[in-house]
Every structure is written in structure tokens, then in C-alpha cells.
Design a protein around this ligand. Structure first.
Ligand code: ASP
Ligand code: MG
Length: 481
């Protein structure tokens, strides 16, 4: 069997759902399970209406709800007619009515708990999956709507619940595998789940990819397909650099680094269940179903370029903690990271010296309380408006001169580097620059490491290097198509 996940833009309107139906139809023999997101923008609207209700603007919440309901009804009637339409229409009205009740409750109490947020957000995938399943049926696909709240079991960490794999696998084998054996096509909402007691949970924003990977892992899928609106993973963000190219194949570890450092295509946790079961994940474009996309798998062959890709993450800050007295004292780093943990802040990059520690993290995490607690440990300085640039490639390991070339390229652009990190696993080189330098830095690095003129640049023969030299590597044709 295979899992086919369609993201928000791939089910955003009737034309998109028709394209998805054609794509699934062409793969019926591979026994697909279909996972869908909410229609593009719906989760954001649901969030906005919940916040409007909580802050006392019930009429605004109701207006947003009316628009969401209307949009779904219009998509439905463009796709299906007759009795089938009537039953889905009823479902849409019922889900909207239930949502209205919840929003009224939120407005009355003036309080929005994570648990209630999950109930509200789950409406998006419940709506889309019902429409998609019915549309598939009317186009000759033997689809059956499966309620993800009965199959994906999580703990009660609302808004970012953690799946309980054993129980989930059991239920999926029971409910979904049986349908596959009967040659039916299960259609499920991604992102949504429930606790063992049946309380609705969600897997975190962008969590439909994660749902697809969980289902794929539980049912031993041959492949997981993530259908989206881009060509696949790219060598860098095409908005920053029009020369960016599609990556044909990439390792799991490399793709996780990229997802983490700003590549928007995949949810960072998506890959974990797939990695554990060694299931290849294909990122594909639902607008161009013939295009080959990107295959993410273990043991991806060595790229012909030094790096697989360059990612950039803006909106970062660097927090420096200086403590000449304490840094070398035992337990200082532990105390420091305890503070970050207590404030639920994950550090993206860390670098230490004798007298200071620099931590790069998302600017949105700059709580006054965090800084207050850090100040107990030493002198604290915050530099905002920064960005992390991350070059990812598993095969930089053991290669001489790569870092020199990266930083020479950056220096040639007159760009100042604020912080540098390269882990011992040597899968990425990351550094911090001013946000305003990102465009120049990414374009220079892409030109140097991915674009033909420079990639083929001859280098002097290395002086008896034991490792494959940068020159021989750079001489090869770029990997991407
Ligand atoms: N609809 C959810 C979101 O927008 C989940 C997803 O699309 O993956 O975050
Ligand atoms: Mg997504």
C-alpha cells in the first residue's frame, strides 16, 4: 500500500480536488490511503475565529465561520450533485453548527483552552475529508471516509499531541487495513487525532504530513507521497534565488535539517516514523503530477554537489550570556539550558567560548521572563534581526576546505558572520548573519556551490589529501534536474 497526502493547496477548491482525484485514480492499483489537510487557509481562519470569540468579538467569529461554511458548500456543489451532495451538505451544516456552539461557549467564558482550540481546529480536516471522499466516490474511486479521531491515538498534550504508536497501529490495522483488503480507498483527515478516551487532539500546525508518516509506518507503506504545490524540495528558496533547482534525492537526515532550518515543504517531525521504518517519502506537485518531485530516503546516493541544499531562517535573535566567573565552572551550561527548557525555548544554534555562550533562537521566543532568568547567570545581551543560514550535505564529512570556501564566499560579499556552528556529525554548516544580508549570502553561496560555472571551476590538485578532494567533487555535474 501507499499513503498519499494532499496538503491544503492541493484541496483548496473544486479544481484542486478534481486534480487530486485524477492523481489517486491513476494509482488505485497501489492501494492508496489518502490523507488530506484542511483547505488552504481554513486552519488559520479557525484559529482567528477562536481568538475573536475569546476576546469578546463573537460577531466577528460568526462572520468568519459563515465564510468558511459558505466556501465548503460552494466547493461541494461544484463537485457533486444529487443525493450524495445532500448528505455531505448536511455534514457541513452539522460541523458548522457544532463549531458555532463551541465558539459561543468560548465567548461566554472569555477563555480559550488548548483543548478547546483542538476541537475548533479539527473542524477544518473534518470538513475537507468529507468533501474529498464524496468527490472521489463520484469519480469512480471506491473511497470510504475514515475518522482519524478513531484511529490516531495520542496523549493529551493539546495542540501538539504526541502519538501513541502501539495503540495507533492496532487501530489502523483494524480499521484501515481491512478497507484496503476490500480494495477500498480510505480517506482520512490529517492533523487530527484523539486521546484513548476520545478527546480530540491535534498534532501541531502542519501536522498532516506527520499523520501521513504515522499511517505509512503503521501499515508498512511502500511509499509515502506528500502532494503539495511546489516542485519538491529545492536547492534553496526560489524566492531568494531564482536559480534554485529541484533536488531529486535527499537523505532523511539532510531533509530533517532542511525542514528545521526553514524549508517550508515538510513538517520537521514528519520524517521520524518514516525513518524508523525506512519508508521513502516523495514530495510531489499536484499541479504537475508528471514531475518527479523529490525522493527522501535513507542511503540517498552522494550528491554531485558538495551540499544538498541551502536553507535560510529569518526572524532569529542571538542571546549572549557572558559570565567570566562561571562559564568554566561545572554545571554552568546545564543551568543555562535549564533556563531555556523552563521557558520552552529550543536553541537553534549554540556556540561557546571561555567567557560566553551564544544561543540563536526564534525572535518570537524572546520573553522578558526568559531574559530575567538568564540574567541570574551572567551578563545578557540580545541581538535581534538576525538570520541563520544553513548549508546541508551529508557528504561534507571529512572533506577539507569546505568551510573555508563557504566563509570566503560570504566574506567576498562583505557580509559579517555573527556566529558559526558545525556539529561533529558534519551534516551542516550553519552561521548567523544580519537578516538584511540573507539575499546576498544565499545567492552567492548558491552560485558558488550549485551553479554550473562555479561548480566546474578547476582547482589545483590537492597536496596528497587522503579524502576525496573538494576539487574532484566540484568538478562533477550538479545533481539536480
Ligand atoms: N491544517 C493544518 C494546518 O494548517 C494541518 C496541515 O495542513 O498539515 O496546520
Ligand atoms: Mg504542510
Amino acid at each position: 500500500m501507499i499513503v498519499m497526502k494532499f496538503g491544503g493547496t492541493s484541496v483548496e477548491d473544486s479544481a484542486a480536488i478534481e486534480r487530486a482525484a485524477d492523481i489517486v485514480f491513476a494509482r488505485l492499483e497501489q492501494r492508496p490511503v489518502v490523507v488530506v489537510s484542511a483547505m488552504a487557509g481554513v486552519t488559520d481562519s479557525l484559529l482567528a475565529m477562536s481568538q475573536a470569540a475569546a476576546s469578546g468579538s463573537l460577531p466577528q467569529a460568526m462572520e468568519l465561520l459563515r465564510r468558511v461554511r459558505q466556501r465548503h458548500l460552494e466547493v461541494l456543489s461544484a463537485l457533486i450533485r444529487g443525493a450524495d451532495e445532500a448528505s455531505v451538505r448536511e455534514r457541513i451544516h452539522a460541523l458548522a453548527a457544532a463549531l458555532q456552539d463551541v465558539l459561543r461557549g468560548v465567548a461566554t467564558l472569555g477563555e480559550l483552552s488548548p483543548r478547546t482550540t483542538d476541537t475548533i481546529l479539527s473542524t477544518g480536516e473534518l470538513l475537507s475529508s468529507g468533501i474529498v471522499s464524496a468527490a472521489f466516490q463520484s469519480r469512480g474511486i471506491p473511497s470510504v471516509l475514515v475518522d482519524s479521531r478513531h484511529c490516531i491515538v495520542t496523549d493529551a498534550t493539546h495542540t501538539r499531541a504526541v502519538p501513541l504508536f502501539d495503540e495507533t497501529s492496532n487501530r489502523l490495522r483494524c480499521d484501515v487495513e481491512t478497507l484496503l483488503q476490500a480494495n477500498q480507498v480510505p480517506v482520512m483527515g490529517g492533523f487530527i487525532a484523539a486521546t484513548a478516551e476520545g478527546v480530540v487532539t491535534t498534532l501541531g500546525r502542519g501536522g498532516s504530513d506527520f499523520s501521513a508518516a504515522i499511517i505509512g509506518a503503521a501499515l508498512n507503506a511502500k511509499r509515502i507521497e506528500i502532494w503539495t504545490d511546489v516542485e519538491g524540495m529545492m536547492t534553496t528558496d526560489p524566492r531568494l534565488c531564482p536559480q534554485a533547482r529541484r533536488i531529486e534525492m535527499i537523505g532523511f537526515d539532510e531533509a530533517s535539517e532542511l525542514a528545521y532550518f526553514g524549508a517550508k515543504v515538510l513538517h520537521p517531525a514528519t520524517l521520524i516514523p518514516a525513518v524508523e521504518k525506512n519508508i521513502p517519502v516523495h514530495v510531489l506537485n499536484s499541479r504537475k503530477p508528471k514531475s518527479k518531485g523529490t525522493c527522501i530516503r535513507s542511503g540517498a546516493p552522494r550528491s554531485r554537489t558538495v551540499f544538498r541544499a541551502i536553507a535560510a531562517k529569518k526572524g532569529m535573535q542571538v542571546i549572549n550570556v557572558k559570565s567570566p566567573r562561571m562559564l568554566m565552572a561545572q554545571g554552568f551550561l546545564r543551568a543555562l539550558f535549564d533556563v531555556f527548557a523552563q521557558h520552552d525555548c529550543a536553541a537553534d544554534l549554540v556556540s561557546t567560548s571561555e567567557v560566553s555562550v551564544s544561543v540563536a533562537l526564534d525572535s518570537s521566543r524572546n520573553g522578558g521572563a526568559l531574559l530575567h532568568d538568564l540574567k541570574r547567570l551572567g551578563e545578557v545581551e540580545v541581538e535581534a534581526g538576525k538570520a541563520i543560514i544553513c548549508l546541508v550535505g551529508k557528504h561534507i564529512r571529512g572533506r577539507v576546505g569546505v568551510a573555508a570556501k563557504v566563509f570566503q564566499t560570504i566574506a567576498d560579499g562583505g557580509i559579517n558572520v555573527h556566529m558559526i556552528s558545525q556539529g561533529a556529525s558534519e551534516i551542516n554548516i550553519s552561521f548567523v548573519v544580519e537578516e538584511s544580508d540573507v539575499l546576498e549570502a544565499v545567492q552567492r553561496l548558491h552560485r558558488c556551490f550549485f551553479e554550473a560555472e562555479c561548480v566546474g571551476e578547476p582547482r589545483e590538485a590537492g597536496a596528497g589529501l587522503q579524502v576525496p578532494s573538494l576539487a574532484s567533487h566540484l568538478g562533477a555535474r550538479p545533481e539536480v534536474g
